[in-house]
Design a protein around this ligand. Structure first.
Ligand SMILES: *Cc1c(COP(=O)(O)O)cnc(C)c1O
Length: 407
């Protein structure tokens, strides 16, 4: 017999209830969120927390942004799914506007970030065989160490994180791993078999690692000169987070292919996309790639509303302006428990003095003080609040961090 769904359980009971029935592939902070709005979430007992993680940038516009919720509601009342066996009346507009926003020609709609990465890999390989003339099954893709591109078997094949890889082989061949932020190593790895270089413009999971000025422009120059594609994974760095629509715009770089996800779904539905030039995305023919849910009308309606928010430039400006507040606040904490940090826009990796606790312990202490963050590796915590956060909320969170580190 199935147990009746219960909504009257407290946080502790709900956390205990997960243990026997939910696969243990995550270790969440002990907070059970029941409702949210803007930059704030509320747990089952009604305690409020400032969300300084924003779903790893899936919630760039905050929780339940009114324009996005309205777009979703309107679409729910009309049409939700057709499959790509038929056209739907929302997809053309979504693709046109997303291509225009990102300065590209074509859009391949998918659902999750990992699917966008997989699709980008397939498109790059197809381009290598059809356009570049690489011999069959010989294409290589150059990637960076300490990358994070998702969790599929092919993607973990070129991860350097043993926890993500170990026990999941055999792995997909055809990838060459070079150190991040090292153009000479990349140059040495690229040869006539190389379909693409695939990198994150800022490595998020690695601790918000920002490459040296000139690296992204260097990757652009190198890939153009060597005749391979530049594929930028902007799934976490893109859509306003760093103060630009795309993080590559800090160096005025236009990659051949950009991978988008996370915030593209407005925190409502999974929406991802591969966007790029017609020369590259045009290699796909009917039947060669697809997705039952990719480009569904609900996703397209929400995605269009997300693009509309970004077209104003207001969120990018906010991220840049508040980014200055964030950097200033973090600089003031250096020596007060913070040993270093990296920040661009409303995105920071903060290295805490390991003597004060692991990133996990600091995150738990912040949670008890009403601020939600996530640790990455060791004693690094990541800050990525919704772009709708106010300066007061931001300085409040930094004050809480100071309190947690100095008390
Ligand atoms: C989150 C993320 C992915 C994977 O996205 P999912 O939606 O979790 O599959 C890929 N690349 C980067 C840079 C990411 O941050």
């Amino acid at each position: 017999m199935t147990a009746p769904a219960r909504t009257d359980r407290g946080s502790e009971e709900l956390i205990r209830a997960e243990e026997p029935v939910l696969a243990h592939n995550y270790h969440p902070l002990p907070v059970v969120v029941a409702r949210a709005g803007g930059a704030w979430v509320e747990d089952v007992e009604g305690r409020r927390y400032l969300d300084m993680l924003a779903g790893y940038s899936a919630l760039n516009f905050g929780h339940r942004h009114p324009a996005l919720i309205e777009a979703a509601h309107r679409q729910l009342d009309r049409l939700t799914l057709t499959s790509r066996a038929f056209h739907n009346d929302r997809l053309a507009g979504f693709a046109e506007r997303l291509a225009a926003l990102t300065g590209t020609d074509m859009v391949l709609p998918m659902n999750t970030g990992a699917e966008a990465v997989e699709s980008g890999i397939k498109v790059a390989r197809k381009w290598a065989y059809d356009v570049k003339g690489v011999p069959a099954d010989r294409a290589t893709i150059v990637v960076a160490a300490d990358n994070f591109h998702g969790r599929t078997t092919t993607i973990v094949s070129f991860s350097t994180d043993e926890t993500a890889r170990s026990g999941f082989g055999p792995f997909t061949p055809g990838f060459r791993i070079v150190p991040y932020n090292d153009l000479a190593a990349m140059e040495a790895a690229v040869d006539e078999t190389t379909a693409a270089v695939l990198i994150e413009p800022i490595q998020g999971e690695a601790g918000v690692l920002i490459p040296d000025d000139g690296y992204l422009a260097g990757v652009r120059e190198l890939t153009r000169r060597k005749g391979c594609l530049f594929v930028a994974d902007e799934i976490q760095s893109g859509l306003g987070r760093t103060g630009h629509t795309l993080a590559v715009q800090h160096e005025s770089v236009v990659p051949d292919v950009v991978l988008l996800g996370k915030a593209l779904g407005g925190g409502i539905v999974p929406v991802s996309a591969v966007v790029g030039s017609r020369e590259v995305l045009g290699v796909l023919r009917p039947g060669e790639h697809g997705s039952t849910f990719g480009g569904n009308p609900l996703a397209a309606a929400v995605g269009t509303a997300v693009v509309e928010l970004l077209e104003t430039g207001a969120f990018q400006r906010r991220a840049a302006e508040l980014g200055a507040v964030l950097r200033e606040g973090l600089a003031a904490l250096v020596g007060k428990g913070v040993v270093g940090f990296r920040a661009r826009g409303l995105w920071a990796g903060v290295d805490v003095d390991p003597a004060l606790g692991s990133g996990r312990e600091i995150s738990e202490r912040l949670m008890r003080e009403g601020v939600l963050v996530k640790d990455t590796h060791g004693s690094t915590i990541r800050l990525a609040p919704p772009l709708t956060v106010t300066a007061e909320e931001l300085t409040g969170a930094l004050g809480t961090l100071e309190k947690v580190l100095t008390s």
